[in-house]
Structure formats: structure tokens, C-alpha cells
Design a protein around this ligand. Structure first.
Ligand code: AP5
Length: 191
């Protein structure tokens, strides 16, 4: 099994690159943002609760997303591996993920962190907001999402650095150039 965490701030290209990685390496993507948006769309109790946080650019409570990921792992027992996109986003989530994967004897193989300047993140998200219909792609909420990233999510990079699983790559340039460098990292680690 090959488990990859795609890490980076809002708008760094995690979703875009996950789509390419799925095609090439046949891994299953687990995007907590996509799963939560599905719950919001279906107006489930979880979605109604999560929407309050998402619309303000705040993280949804750890126990909610950890529970979601745990169920998704159980639903996919026979896969080649997972891409974790947008998860973990707090050190508590990273520790919980390690525990879940340790239980299954399949640890995280590598964490790829995409580095993108704050100006570029804002430009990308504001321009996506003009077409996406996402309720969190507007300037005020984007600023909160980036603040939340610095306060709660960037320590996750240190967590993985201390475990020697973190690789930082430039996240600016063409989508293909970035995908080539991601593939270079995966190719040296996947069986
Ligand atoms: P989530 O859906 O995870 O959003 P995000 O991480 O804030 O950011 P995005 O997914 O929008 O960005 P991305 O890095 O995937 O970039 P993308 O490829 O889309 O989370 C949303 C909310 O859900 C959170 O705020 C929180 O409330 C909640 N949530 C989710 N997970 C949670 C968790 N684990 N814990 C707690 N709460 C959680 O690209 C962005 C744009 O840039 C696109 O338009 C794309 O076309 C463009 N682009 C991509 N690459 C390039 C490039 N190389 N050059 C130019 N443009 C590019």
C-alpha cells in the first residue's frame, strides 16, 4: 500500500494535483473538503453543522473529520493506497491518522507540501470564486482560511518534518511542471 499526504495552504493546488495523481498511480483520493461539501449539499446533520465553520473559513472540529476519515478507510479495504487531500489539518488530526494507519499496518509513505506565496493563493482563489459557486471563495473568507492555515495547519508540516516524511516542492509554475516534480518524488518511493 502507498499512502500520500498532499499538504499545503488553501489554493496551493492539492485538488488539482490529486486528480493527476489518481490517474497515473491509481490511488484513492480522500478529500475532507469534498466530503464535507457533499454533506452540506445533502443537508445532513453533519453538513448543517460543518457549514457554519466552512462559511467563515474556520476548520471543522477535529472529531468530526477524524470520524469521517476513519469510516472512509474502512469502506476501502482493498485499495492500492490513499491520497489524503486537505487532511490532516491539525496536529491532533495527524496523530489520529497515524493511529488509524498503524492499526492497519500501512503508515504514511510521504507528505508532499506545495509551497505557494500568499499573493498567488489569493489570486487563484478569488478567480476561482468568480466561477466556482463555493461559498468560501470570497475575499473575506479566503483571508480567514489563510489565517487558520497559519495558526492550526502549518504546525502539521513540522510534525511530519520531525518524522522525516516531509518533502517540500514549489507549487508555482504550470500544473504539468508541478505534477512532474510530484511524480519524481512518488516514483522513488512507490513499489
Ligand atoms: P478544502 O476543500 O480542503 O479547501 P482548501 O484546502 O481551503 O483549499 P482548496 O481545496 O480550495 O485548494 P487546493 O489546494 O485544493 O487548490 P486547488 O487545486 O483547488 O476545505 C474547505 C473547508 O472545509 C475548510 O476551510 C474547512 O472549513 C473544511 N475542512 C476541510 N478539511 C478539513 C479538515 N481536515 N479539518 C477541518 N476542517 C476541514 O486550486 C485552487 C485554484 O487554483 C483552482 O482554481 C485551480 O485551477 C488553480 N490552480 C491550481 N494549480 C495551479 C497552478 N499551478 N497555477 C495556476 N493556478 C492553479
Amino acid at each position: 500500500m502507498f499512502n500520500l499526504v498532499l499538504f499545503g495552504p488553501p489554493g496551493s493546488g492539492k485538488g488539482t494535483q490529486s486528480a493527476n495523481i489518481i490517474d497515473k498511480y491509481n490511488l484513492v483520493q480522500l478529500s475532507t473538503g469534498d466530503i464535507l461539501r457533499g454533506e452540506v449539499k445533502n443537508e445532513t446533520p453533519l453538513g448543517i453543522e460543518a457549514k457554519k465553520f466552512m462559511d467563515q473559513g474556520q476548520l471543522v472540529p477535529d472529531e468530526v473529520v477524524i470520524g469521517m476519515i476513519s469510516s472512509k478507510l474502512d469502506e476501502n479495504p482493498e485499495v492500492k493506497g490513499f491520497i489524503f487531500d486537505g487532511f490532516p489539518r491539525t496536529v491532533a488530526q495527524a496523530e489520529a491518522l497515524d493511529n488509524l494507519l498503524e492499526f492497519k499496518n500501512n503508515p504514511i509513505n510521504v507528505v508532499i507540501s506545495l509551497l505557494v506565496s500568499e499573493d498567488e493563493l489569493k489570486t487563484r482563489l478569488i478567480s476561482r470564486g468568480e466561477v466556482s459557486g463555493r461559498s468560501d471563495d470570497n475575499e473575506e473568507v479566503i483571508v480567514n482560511r489563510i489565517k487558520e492555515y497559519h495558526a492550526k495547519t502549518s504546525p502539521v508540516a513540522d510534525y511530519y518534518r520531525s518524522k522525516n516524511t516531509l518533502i517540500e516542492l514549489p507549487g508555482e509554475g504550470s500544473v504539468d511542471e508541478i505534477f512532474d516534480s510530484i511524480s519524481g518524488v512518488i516514483d522513488t518511493r512507490i513499489n
